[in-house]
Write a protein that binds this ligand. Structure first.
Ligand SMILES: Nc1nc2c(ncn2[C@@H]2O[C@H](COP(=O)(O)OP(=O)(O)OP(=O)(O)O)[C@@H](O)[C@H]2O)c(=O)[nH]1
Length: 304
């Protein structure tokens, strides 16, 4: 295979306007070469992004290591595996990763590269582009779609997603998991007496109280209206019921601005049993909540 497989333009110097064009590109275009023994280097690198890492291109033309060392620790194995797969199956690489820049900032980079077998190993033709802004926006949208507008708690969608994950873990490793359903008592009359805005304020303060009582790893979600769900991974055996009691007492003692003791909640607790699905666990917590309401409200009930 002639050496012009490695050097764009077949070894002839490219015209000035091509050089200028490639250097002005808002990203990086490159060739990445890998020897049969796995050593990599960038025979060609161009684009305005090429300076941002602060690594000299001449060093990268010798070895790709200085760039690979800048990969975020969590992303390194995934990127190496993508390169390996691409080389083995001759499939394009499509990945994204975080790369440490000269100013120590981590930037999100999207990479696309097409591999080609050459006599000396594998040669990729690719491009990289900074997608940090898109990633921030994606994260903002994801948060929005997971969050309840009024209280800032997780919403039903987020709860269902976490519940699926936790139940799958609990079923696989027999880990404890509890679900509490919490519903405000006679909330309609609070709204009717004090107005909808005050009702909203009660919901927001209630969310804060729940968060204060729970631990970081627990999830508090507003399911809609005056109904909340609390998901507790790994609670010690009797912990969940005690916690529900503490929360109930704390709420009953709190002054929501309409006089102490006006706001109470009913709580239904269900503990995960091996083999439970989301629906089964929710149904059992709902049944406990129903029992708490019918037992006179302002109380905690656990499943049979
Ligand atoms: N302020 C406010 N009220 C809401 C919101 N969502 C639902 N509600 C009200 O919550 C009340 C729920 O009433 P019900 O389902 O009858 O329940 P309840 O009065 O709490 O009675 P029990 O649950 O049986 O103790 C209704 O008046 C809804 O209008 C909200 O976002 N803000």
């Amino acid at each position: 295979m002639p050496s012009n497989d490695v050097i764009p333009g077949g070894g002839k110097p490219p015209p000035d306007w091509i050089l200028e064009l490639t250097e002005q590109l808002p990203g990086v275009i490159f060739q990445l070469h890998r020897d049969p023994d796995g050593r990599m280097h960038f025979p060609y690198l161009a684009g305005s992004g090429a300076q941002l890492t602060g690594i000299d291109r001449r060093d990268l033309a010798q070895s790709a290591l200085p760039a690979l060392e800048r990969l975020a620790e969590d992303d390194h194995p995934r990127v190496m595996a993508a390169i390996e797969r691409s080389a083995r199956w001759q499939r394009p690489i499509t990945t994204k990763f975080r790369l440490r820049m000269a100013d120590d900032r981590l930037s999100w980079i999207a990479l696309r590269a097409q591999p080609r077998k050459v006599e000396t190993g594998v040669l990729w033709y690719g491009l990289m582009i900074d997608i940090s802004e898109q990633m921030v926006e994606e994260e903002r949208l994801r948060r929005l779609s997971d969050t309840d507008d009024l209280t800032g708690l997780a919403n039903r969608r987020k709860l269902m997603q976490r519940l699926e994950e936790e139940i799958s873990l609990s079923n696989r490793h027999a880990l404890p998991l509890s679900l509490m359903m919490l519903d405000l008592d006679h909330f309609k009359s609070i709204n009717d007496t004090w107005g909808h805005l005050r009702g909203d304020q009660v919901l927001t303060e209630l969310a804060t109280l729940c968060r204060e009582v729970l631990r970081e790893e627990d999830l508090v979600a507003r399911l809609g209206g005056e109904e909340f769900a609390l998901l507790l991974p790994l609670p010690p055996e009797t912990h969940c019921r005690q916690l529900a009691e503490r929360l109930r007492e704390r709420i009953a003692a709190h002054d929501f601005g309409i006089g102490q003791g006006r706001i109470t909640v009913s709580i239904g607790v269900a503990e995960h049993r091996i083999g439970d699905s989301c629906e089964t666990l929710i149904r059992r917590a709902d049944e406990s909540l129903y029992a708490a309401k019918h037992g006179g409200r302002n109380q905690v009930m656990t499943g049979a």
